[in-house]
Structure formats: C-alpha cells, structure tokens
Design a protein around this ligand. Structure first.
Ligand code: SF4
Length: 366
C-alpha cells in the first residue's frame, strides 16, 4: 500500500483533536485576513506575527483600505517583520485586487497566483481556507514533514527535489470525493499539515512519539529525523561593514529613505555609507567642514545572505548649521516622537528608540 494512503485522514483527525484552533486569522474565512496572515507567516513565527497581524488589521481593516494607504504607512506597520519585499508586494497586491478584481480576491488558486507576491503554496492555502479548493500546499514546514515521512533524500533546495515533493503533496491530498462531500475538510487538512510541521515535526527535535504519522514515517523508522530533510550547507555568510550617520539638530534626527533595491528597501534609515571617510565627506558637503563625528560602539545584525556590522557616527549640529535648503537636500528631519510611527529597519529602531526627544535635544547642544 502506498505511503500516501490514509495520510490525509490521520492529519485531519489529529488537527481536530490537537491542532491549533484559536489563531486570530482562523476566526474568519475572509480572504483578506487569510492572505495577510499567510504573507506575514512566510519566514516568520506565529508568536511574532500575531501582534503585527492585529495591529495591521486595526489600522487597515479591508483590502480597499490597504490599497489606499500610503507606502509609508504600510512600511511602518511592517517594520520589524523583515523581508521587506513582502510588504511592497502586499501593497501592490491590494492595489491589483481593487483595480483588476473589483476589490474581491479571486477564489481559485490559479487566479490568486497571478497577483503580486502570491506563489503557488500561498495561493493554494488561501483557496483551501476560503473556498475549500482541493490544492496542495508546500511551504518550508510541509517540505520537512514530507521529506521525513517519505524518506526523500534529495537536497530540498534543488528543483528536482521540490518537484518530487510537490508530486507527493498532491498524492497526499484528501480524495476528490471526500472534498466534494465535505468542503471544510480542506481547511482541516491544510491547517493540520501546517500545525504538524510547526508544532510536532520541528526542525531540531521532532515529537515523533505524539505524531499521527509515526507508524509509517520513514525517517522515524530508520532513525534519520536529524538527517532529513537534506540541504547542502550554504557557504559561510560574508560580513559587510556599513557606517551610519546619526545626526541630530535640536530635537530632530536626520533620516533618508533607502533605495528600492538592496537592504531595507524603501524604509527610512540613518544615512548609510560604505566607509567612515564617506560619512565624513557627507558631513563636510551637507553642513560644514571641520565638524567631527563621535564613533559609537558597532552593532552586529544578521541578514539572510550576509552579516552586517553597523558603526554609528554621531554628530550634534549647532542650530546655525541647517538651513531649509540643506534640510531638503539631505533627507528628512524627524522629531523623536515621530520615529515610532515610521518604517525603520529593526537595528536602526533599536538604536534610536533609546534616544528620547529629551535625549536628542540635550545631545544636540553639546
Ligand atoms: S513521525 Fe516524526 S519525523 Fe515523521 S512526520 Fe511525525 S514528527 Fe515528523
């Protein structure tokens, strides 16, 4: 008998008894909420997402609200979740739903995939949750469950292995007859697979003794849960050094918007330079020659493809140093109270958040 036989029913029964039933986005089949949660949950844990999800919805309760929101507001609501391309796609997707689909998300996964930022697995999850469509998901957690259960040896970052996992994910779906009789079964199955991957079949210590799939799981029976899924080790991430110019003028701090491409795309940030010399050149050009910055302790920050070492250089400008023309040319001057409402990269927010308006004002007169 094939290993996929009975797989779906075991997942469905386990979800009913032991799965998660109280996540905020589970209380609704509204495609906007389901889509928002799915995008936020990519690469991010449930415990982190819950606050962001609720704050986002309280400010932008419908897809039309999101489509109309300014980019700045969207980035500010997203700041701290990382992977900022997701926020830009989110905004673009809301605009496309409003302009191309009359403000209603399409129900079929094939149509959902045509929208910005929605890949096949996310489209399948939205369609399964909102319309009961019989479509397979294959996010990172599900790849791990299937690779272990079926004993898939190939590198899960490679196309051939991913294709094999998609085929297995389709084989495991509840039967068409069952989905036809009970459309809600797709919600239970899809949620069950997500829950199982997140809570039992975890990366480091899978709880096989509690798993409904343990009887037939290849990795469990062959003692290979630590080996599977296999992924070739990535090369050591390089370290990159950047220098931040932290300039205060009165109670204000100077920020610049990051370019579309590169790290922290479209977020507000302290001006960033590749070398300390370039940061000092900017001070000379923007304000006056001879103003010396104070070097602060460097901060480490991990990104997906490299490690960052950020060195802030601090400067409190005299009042006479910033004319309106200089202010326009250098970026945006923001007072301390406004910082919390801007979309700032996490390490920059952490750096600035301790500098209250009082501290900024005090420093600026030193
Ligand atoms: S038995 Fe263990 S390794 Fe296999 S699917 Fe369940 S938790 Fe994962």
């Amino acid at each position: 008998m094939s290993l996929s036989h009975g797989f779906a029913q075991r997942v469905i029964d386990w979800q009913a008894a032991d799965g998660r039933h109280h996540l905020p986005w589970q209380q609704s089949r509204d495609p906007y909420r389901v889509w928002l949660s799915e995008i936020m949950l990519q690469q991010t844990q449930v415990s982190t997402v819950i606050d962001y999800f609720e704050r986002f919805l309280s400010r932008l309760p419908t897809v039309a609200d999101l489509a109309q929101a300014s980019e700045e507001e969207v980035m500010a609501l997203w700041a701290g979740l990382g992977y900022y391309a997701r926020a830009r796609h989110l905004h673009a997707c809301a605009k496309a739903v409003v302009s191309q689909w009359d403000g209603q998300f399409p129900s079929a996964s094939q149509d959902l995939q045509t929208l910005p930022g929605i890949g096949p697995s996310t489209a399948a999850a939205i369609a399964a949750f909102c319309s009961g469509e019989r479509s397979a998901i294959l996010d990172g957690n599900v790849k791990r469950v299937l690779a272990r259960y079926f004993g898939v040896d190939g590198d899960i970052s490679q196309g051939a292995t991913i294709k094999q996992l998609w085929a297995l994910a389709n084989d495991c779906l509840p039967s068409p007859a069952l989905v036809c009789q009970q459309p809600k079964v797709m919600t239970s199955y899809t949620q069950g697979l997500m829950d199982l991957g997140a809570t039992l079949c975890t990366r480091r210590q899978p709880a096989c003794e509690r798993c409904p799939l343990a009887d037939h799981c290849v990795a469990h029976h062959t003692g290979r849960t630590q080996e599977l899924p296999f992924k070739r080790k990535a090369a050591e991430r390089p370290t990159r050094e950047l220098h931040l110019l932290w300039v205060n003028h009165g109670s204000q701090v100077l920020l610049q918007r990051r370019p579309d491409k590169g790290i922290w795309g479209r977020l507000w940030c302290l001006p960033v330079f590749d070398t300390a010399g370039l940061a000092q050149d900017a001070v000379d050009n923007w304000f006056a020659k001879g103003l010396a910055c104070t070097r602060m302790a460097s901060i480490g920050h991990e990104l997906t493809h490299f490690r960052l070492t950020l060195t802030p250089w601090r400067l409190a400008l005299p009042h006479s140093a910033v004319t309106p023309a200089v202010a326009d040319a250098t970026g945006r001057w923001v007072c301390g109270q406004t910082l919390a409402n801007l979309g700032l990269p996490k390490p920059i927010k952490t750096l600035l958040i301790g500098a209250t308006p009082d501290a900024l004002a005090t420093d600026s007169h030193q």
